[in-house]
Design a protein around this ligand. Structure first.
Ligand SMILES: [Zn+2]
Length: 408
């Protein structure tokens, strides 16, 4: 099998597994108890989904389809749908998607859980699921105040309640608060709570086509001030595409110094953003390439799967990397390899995973996909041939083959 290289070829590699850990890596001469032929395959650490909403998945069309495709129609539809939310309903849909993700080679997932419901139904269901899937998958749950913290004051108390229930992190959505000042106040509340509990911060940041939406710099500043730094993530940040060159340079430098992770969701954002633009229309994503070049940890997330906000989505991380290659103009060989890192090692940095990667002594969690390099993976988006979690094969997909009935 081949590993993901830079421009250099790392050469073929064998992997040996013992007691759920990577026991050997390199050329292995000796015979194993069970062997799998990996010729023609890439060997990668598992995919990492750094931003998804498992509480909204598989609800597209309920109670109606989002015909305008806008965030605001999506929020309106979700407000109606969430009134019918039950513990069983969330568990069933989230579990179905986790199984899809596992088959697609994703073994680490950071999910949002909307807390704008007084009973915290979705949050409780996802926390229970987090414990249940632990033997195979690692799930992080972020308490997400979809309706705002200042706009919906009950959410401040619910964030703390969520922390007491054991969430991994909390969020904010400053650009949807009524004013910029209220947005800043919501960030202060979020960071103060996170400092008190030492949890992750995952902010929905500037998900607007508006050059004046500049909470990204505040998130970077608060990450430095609080000392939370790499534990902080700014998701979406697509308004940055509209910033002036000079202002973006400033924000980029601050971000790089802060250690803040940036998560880009190119599938949903390219579909949802730019709806109010005339031509030429924005691409809906943040400046992935520039941030990466400046040393910011950028990851790519798949995000929504069949929700009121985005009716498509399969969970396949390579699909998100594929669209990012187009939208970010990252089609160079090294750039494409970087896109694959943005759904593996870089996304693992965002989740601050301690036991991750193809290293001796680490848990034997890895995936095998047909292909010889990153270009093959992003171009073809193949299914994972094998998904191995802690030494155990948890999913296997037999590749589809076409049969030809005519000669050319
Ligand atoms: Zn999202």
């Amino acid at each position: 099998m081949r590993r993901l290289g830079h421009s250099e070829d790392l050469g073929p590699v064998d992997i040996g597994v013992k007691n759920g850990k990577i026991a050997m890596l390199g050329h292995i001469g000796e015979q194993g108890e069970r062997e799998i032929d990996g010729v023609g395959h890439m060997l990668l650490p598992p995919f990492v989904e750094s931003h998804i909403h498992l509480d909204t998945v598989l609800t597209a069309g309920e109670p109606a389809w989002n015909e305008s495709g806008t965030l605001f129609e999506g929020i309106g539809l979700w407000q109606k749908r969430k009134q019918a939310l039950t513990y069983e309903d969330v568990t069933e849909r989230a579990e179905k998607v986790l199984r899809m993700q596992m088959a697609a080679g994703i073994l680490h997932v950071r999910t949002q859980a909307d807390i704008s419901d007084p009973n915290l139904t979705a949050l409780r269901a996802l926390l229970a699921l987090r414990e249940r899937v632990k033997p195979y998958m690692y799930l992080q749950v972020i308490a997400f105040p979809q309706d705002g913290i200042r706009a919906c004051p009950d959410n401040e108390r619910r964030l703390e309640q969520a922390l007491e229930l054991g969430v991994d992190g909390i969020g904010a959505i400053p650009h949807l608060e009524p004013t910029r000042e209220e947005g800043l106040a919501s960030l202060e509340i979020c960071f103060n709570l996170a400092e008190k509990y030492g949890c992750f911060v995952h902010v929905f940041c500037d998900e607007m086509d508006d050059a004046h939406s500049t909470f990204l710099e505040n998130v970077a500043h608060l990450a430095i001030r609080s000392g939370l730094r790499e534990r902080v993530t700014a998701a979406h940040a697509n308004a940055a595409a509209y910033y002036s060159g000079a202002y973006f340079q400033k924000v980029q430098g601050l971000l790089a110094r802060s250690g803040v992770n940036v998560v880009c969701c190119p599938l949903i954002n390219s579909a949802m953003q730019g709806r109010y633009d005339g031509y030429p229309k924005g691409r809906g994503i943040t400046r992935i390439k520039e941030l990466w070049s400046a040393g910011v940890n950028v990851s790519i997330a798949h995000d929504d799967i069949q929700t009121p906000f985005y009716p498509l989505g399969t969970g396949n991380m390579l699909q998100a990397a594929h669209i990012a290659a187009h939208l970010a103009h990252m089609t160079g060989r090294e750039e494409v390899a970087e896109l694959v890192r943005m759904i593996t090692t870089r996304a693992a940095n965002t989740l601050q995973l301690k036991e991750y990667g193809l290293k001796l002594g680490q848990p034997a969690s890895f995936i095998m996909l047909p292909g010889n390099d990153a270009m093959d993976l992003v171009r073809e988006q193949p299914s994972c041939r094998y998904v191995v979690s802690q030494g155990r094969i948890v999913a296997e997909t037999v590749p589809a083959r076409s049969q030809m009935f005519t000669a050319l």
